[in-house]
Ligand binder design. Structure first.
Ligand code: C2E
Ligand code: MG
Ligand code: MG
Length: 239
């Protein structure tokens, strides 16, 4: 499934995040929160990850040139250096520019056994792949992480967005992160935007992009093309 990013300056969709779903024969749709931890433990995450990368790149080839795809990675995926070749090959096979491929990692990933991951990530950055820091604010939130890699984007965790209009401390955190990112020349995405009031507030305080059920729930590859086609989206979210 793919969930769009809406750019608040241009009122346009700039890309989609690939979100894994597992259709189980008897249990129905299993969310990633249930099977990713098991896949990490068993080592199956490498095969699953490779499948996600290949599918994301192949799907990206059907999208307009100015649309990116963002893929989530588990820390352990970077301990296997073959991941580099997998990404390079998938981009080449799909004939898409590495600049349209974004890697989403979390703060915890920068914490444990970071050494080998740094080598792989730096090689990918040299290719032109971009890196986003996901769920910002929920991990150990040491600002040192922001200096470890040249991040293109910070994604403010949905827990802050959900409470920012009811809890002043949350609003303060969201505003500060946006200010910090601006000074560091990093883009900001607000995750989990569900109401028009949240969107309006984020627009006022200078957030670059938003993602959440208000704009769209995750959709299938066909749904992506339909969304990019929707004139309605423009009318609803125009300032
Ligand atoms: P994430 O990367 O932070 O993704 C955002 C999650 O929030 C997604 O849940 C998305 O469906 C959900 N979400 C989006 N908008 C809203 C909203 O407005 N309200 C609410 N309440 N939720 C919203 P999902 O798809 O269940 O994914 C959960 C997590 O699983 C992801 O968090 C990511 O860390 C992980 N994940 C997903 N796909 C992959 C993958 O291919 N590989 C790895 N390693 N992890 C993945
Ligand atoms: Mg993510
Ligand atoms: Mg997130």
């Amino acid at each position: 499934m793919f969930q769009p990013f809406l750019d608040l300056g241009g009122n346009r969709i700039t890309g989609f995040e690939a979100l894994l779903r597992w259709q189980h024969p008897s249990r129905g749709l299993v969310p990633p929160s249930e099977f990713i931890p098991i896949a990490e433990e068993t080592g199956l995450i490498h095969e699953i990850g490779e499948w996600v990368i290949r599918r994301a790149c192949a799907t990206l080839a059907d999208w307009p040139e100015d649309i990116r795809v963002a893929v989530n990675f588990s820390a352990s995926q970077f301990h296997n250096t073959a991941i580099l070749q997998t990404i390079v090959q998938a981009l080449a096979d799909a004939k898409v520019s590495p600049r349209r491929f974004e890697i989403e990692i979390t703060e915890s990933m920068l914490l444990s056994k970071y050494g080998s991951a740094a080598t792989v990530l730096n090689a990918l950055l040299e290719l032109g792949v971009t890196v986003a820091l996901d769920d910002f604010g929920t991990g150990f939130s040491s600002l040192t992480y922001l200096r470890k890699l040249p991040f293109s984007r910070i994604k403010i965790d949905q827990s802050f967005i959900r409470d920012m209009l009811v809890q002043p401390d949350c609003a303060a955190i969201v505003k500060s992160v946006i200010g910090l990112a601006r000074d560091l020349n990093i883009n900001v995405v607000a995750e989990g935007v569900e109401t028009a009031d949240q969107l309006e507030y984020l627009r006022q305080i200078g957030c670059d992009e938003v993602q959440g059920y208000l704009i769209s729930r995750p959709v299938s590859a066909d749904g992506v093309l339909a969304l990019l086609d929707t004139k309605k989206l423009r009318a609803i979210y125009a300032a």
